[in-house]
Design a protein around this ligand. Structure first.
Ligand code: FAD
Length: 407
């Protein structure tokens, strides 16, 4: 009987198991996950789960029983440490090994570490896992703490919003002039900046963090010679793909594990999906690595079909969402094409109820709806069909979006 092995305990791994069984795979599946939990999704960890509004059921995809019920053997709390693609063998840290017919690497990414003096003091945290979120929640839920965030990426800004909503004093230290500008540009980054300033977050842009000070625990973060007092420090300066297993096995790695659109790696019978995969995107004809929830979900399904020998291509438009205070946002688009595109907005930007389009001179290559709902299908259709459309039509609210997408 065929044996498929999945390394990873995130959304890509969980979705792959689900799809293998939905597609009728009747062989054996083993999931090897370094964390103690069954596969889970991470977005709530900086939002509702951290806040205390959502429980583990919003995070864990399926309880352990679901896997035990003939779907997969779950080997949680044990990391895979070596892979021999020629022998089709995987070694685990507990000394055991598994042979496979097909192997999925869904090892995700880990928070980037800052080589900063004081970064290993107690009270300095990063956020990736349920356990990280639990530990952070225990400190923030009561309110009244001084939280200093280093970095203003998506996770930093979400934690800032949640911590502030829980009644903490929040300072964000950021190297760039405008938060999130790397992802959405200066003008849209300013929308998030203004929201946080209005809600009382102390945003300090264009600063270089020098060190974290404290004796037993972090007490302050030093920037420009000034000490910013802290009860708690969270470092959120991006993530790096967990490629070491693949790299040590001689599999091609280049900003993640390089795959084709069917998510096959350079080693036969080895596949990669989710944050760790730098997959060829057939529509824009270049490799893309996407660290987003939707990418793990879609790629998890595509890779399962690919492992089963079915036609499979990971060709969806990258999609991302965030919730911060009373702002909800969805963004679809191809980041490499959005970089040089013109920004066009429709609706009330100052009132934070609008759609932003990235227009490349002919067509829409990215679109973001902010506190405007049920438009993603139309926005994705506009992007997918790549139909010529003018900035004026996009801007003009009297031009029906659904009709524009359908025309
Ligand atoms: P991961 O979720 O990283 O899972 C990989 C798993 O593999 C980990 O559990 C890891 O321990 C395990 N593993 C690694 N190496 C080994 C090994 N050698 N052996 C065994 N196991 C191993 N995206 C959005 O689009 N919107 C959001 O609002 C959003 N919010 C987020 C909030 C937080 C706090 C975080 C951390 C991420 C957020 N993301 C969001 C990103 C999204 O969660 C990721 O893109 C997604 O988790 C990627 O899933 P994955 O399955 O590829 O990898």
């Amino acid at each position: 009987m065929a044996h498929y092995v999945i390394v990873g305990g995130g959304l890509a791994a969980g979705t792959a198991v689900e799809t293998l069984r939905d597609e009728g795979f009747d062989g054996d599946v083993t999931v090897v996950a370094a964390e103690q939990h069954p596969p889970y999704q991470r977005p709530p960890l900086s939002k509702g789960y951290l806040q205390g509004e959502e429980g583990t059921d919003a995070v864990i995809l399926h309880p352990a029983d679901w896997y035990r019920d003939g779907r997969a053997e779950l080997r949680t709390g044990v990391a895979a440490i070596a892979l021999d693609p020629a022998a089709h063998r995987l070694e685990l840290e507990d000394g055991s090994s598994l042979t496979y017919d097909a192997l999925l690497l869904a090892t995700g990414s880990s928070p980037r570490r800052l080589p900063l003096e004081g970064a290993d003091l107690a009270g300095v945290r990063m956020l990736r896992t349920i356990d990280d979120s639990d530990a952070l929640a225990a400190e923030l839920r009561g309110g009244g703490k001084r939280l200093v965030l280093i970095g203003s990426g998506w996770i930093g800004m979400e934690v800032a919003a949640t911590a502030r909503s829980l009644g903490n004093e929040v300072t964000v230290l950021e190297r760039d002039p405008i938060p999130l500008a790397a992802a959405v540009g200066d003008e849209m980054g300013a929308v998030f900046r203004d929201l946080h300033l209005e809600k009382g977050v102390d945003l300090r842009p264009s600063v270089q963090v020098e060190r974290i000070t404290g004796s037993d625990r972090a007490e302050a973060v030093v920037v420009g010679g000034e000490e910013v007092p802290a009860d708690l420090v969270v470092i959120g300066v991006g993530a790096v793909p967990n490629v070491s297993l693949a790299e040590d096995a001689g599999i091609t790695v280049d900003n993640g594990i390089r795959t084709g659109s069917a998510l096959r790696t350079s080693a036969s019978d080895v596949y990669a999906a989710g944050d760790v995969a730098n997959a060829y995107h057939p529509v824009i004809q270049r490799h893309l690595r996407s660290e987003h929830w939707d990418n793990a979900l879609k790629a998890g399904a595509v890779v399962a079909r690919s492992m089963l020998g079915m036609p499979a291509s990971h060709d969806s438009i990258p999609y991302f969402y965030t919730d911060q205070f009373d702002l909800g946002m969805e963004l679809s688009g191809y980041p490499p094409l959005m970089k040089d595109a013109q920004l066009v907005t429709r609706g009330d930007v100052a009132g934070r109820e609008f759609i932003a389009f990235w227009h490349d001179g002919k067509r829409v290559v990215g679109a973001m709806n902010v506190n405007v709902w049920d438009v993603q299908d139309d926005l994705q259709k506009l992007i997918r069909d790549a139909k010529p459309v003018s900035p004026d039509e996009l801007r003009d609210e009297s031009v029906d979006l659904e009709r524009l997408a359908a025309s």
